[in-house]
Design a protein around this ligand. Structure first.
Ligand code: TXA
Ligand code: MG
Length: 326
């Protein structure tokens, strides 16, 4: 059997039979499994080589389906969800009994989101009508690697494992957002951003009318937030002062279009906007590896709006390989 399909019906049959199926979302591809099937959840961790105490996000078809997983939400969080879903927002909230330790890594909260991709929304709706109220889906990359933004990336990281186990990849084209969802802690009176993304702090403040805080980088964090790594093989070097940088010849460069390519660098991405920057960031990093380039210089956009999330991911990719993202 082929590993890649474009048919939602095939993905549905695979999940119902207890198989894994990588799913397209607007952010990145996820490695999906029936969130009520313990054996399938265990295989998600096995396929990615991910430590089992790193909690998973449950993907559901619509706001109403969150009731299976979340026991209660503050009013502001419900308002935020209704405004942003389907979309690149994940809420972390108090869990129901269905949200087992296998999903939450033993925590008393669960992460839930409604992704915005037509095929995956169809799949989630069909699954719900067959008694499967959600899919766990971590990013469909090997532990520590860059998240996948197209089916080919998933196949590159996990294709062999999936083929050996009769699992599938549902091909839904390129991801439009390109970086993982904004994760918001929704257990108290104000929103706390645990991971920045395309739903920005400014947007959350406008929608909820509340002050928004960012998780303190120095505070002890739950498993899975331990600092992080979405890294290519090449060394990522953040350019803060281009005039004074002595670039290593033959290195890759990712920068906005208005940044002129210094001599001897290989321009692998020249997005026009911050949004394009995010969309192509991970594929550009993978391209540098495919070209055998060993250094990637990245000139990040201003650190406001979406630029906050871009800087977060670039900093993680540039981080020494001490701590790991999943
Ligand atoms: O855009 C996304 O969110 C993608 C797509 C596939 O939906 N998914 C994704 O999943 O990025 P993953 O597993 O790679 O990252 C999920 C993050 C982890 O950092 C994990 O620690 C955090 O969500 N998380 C999950 N449950 C949590 C919880 N109960 N409390 C705090 N953080 C949690
Ligand atoms: Mg991940």
């Amino acid at each position: 059997m082929q590993v890649v399909t474009t048919e939602v019906a095939e993905a549905l049959a695979a999940i119902v039979a207890g198989h894994l199926c990588a799913i397209p979302t607007e952010t990145v591809y996820g490695l999906g499994a029936d969130a009520t099937n313990r054996a399938a959840i265990a295989r998600v961790f096995q396929a990615k080589n991910r430590p089992v105490d790193h909690p998973l996000i449950v993907h559901v078809a619509n706001f109403s389906a969150t009731r299976h997983w979340i026991s209660g939400l503050p009013d502001w969080a419900e308002k935020l969800a209704l405004a942003c879903w389907p979309g690149p927002l994940t809420l972390v909230a108090e869990r129901t009994a269905l949200a087992t330790n296998a999903i939450t890594g033993g925590q008393d909260t669960v992460a839930v989101r409604v992704p915005n991709h037509p095929k995956t929304l169809d799949l989630l709706k069909d699954l719900e009508s067959q008694g499967v109220p959600g899919l766990v889906a971590p990013s469909a990359n090997l532990f520590g690697h860059v998240s996948p933004t197209c089916a080919e990336h998933v196949a590159g990281d996990l294709g062999t494992y999936l083929a050996e186990h009769g699992d599938l990849i549902l091909d839904g084209g390129n991801c439009s957002v390109g970086i993982e969802s904004t994760i918001v802690l929704a257990t108290s009176v104000q929103p706390v951003i645990l991971r920045p993304g395309a739903i920005t702090a400014e947007m959350i403040q406008t929608i909820t009318g509340l002050a928004v805080s960012q998780a303190d980088k120095d505070a002890p964090r739950v498993a899975g937030h331990l600092a992080s790594h979405y890294a290519p093989r090449a060394k990522v070097r953040i350019v803060t002062n281009p005039e004074n940088e002595s670039f290593i010849a033959g290195s890759a460069l990712i920068a906005l279009k208005n940044f002129e390519t210094p001599e001897d660098l290989v321009r692998i991405s020249m997005p026009e906007t911050d949004s394009d920057f995010a969309t192509h960031l991970y594929s550009a990093m993978r391209q540098a590896d495919d070209l055998g380039l060993t250094n990637i210089y990245i000139v990040t956009p201003n650190e406001s709006g979406l630029g906050v999330a871009i800087m977060d991911r670039v900093a993680k990719a540039a981080h020494d390989k001490l701590e790991v993202e999943t």
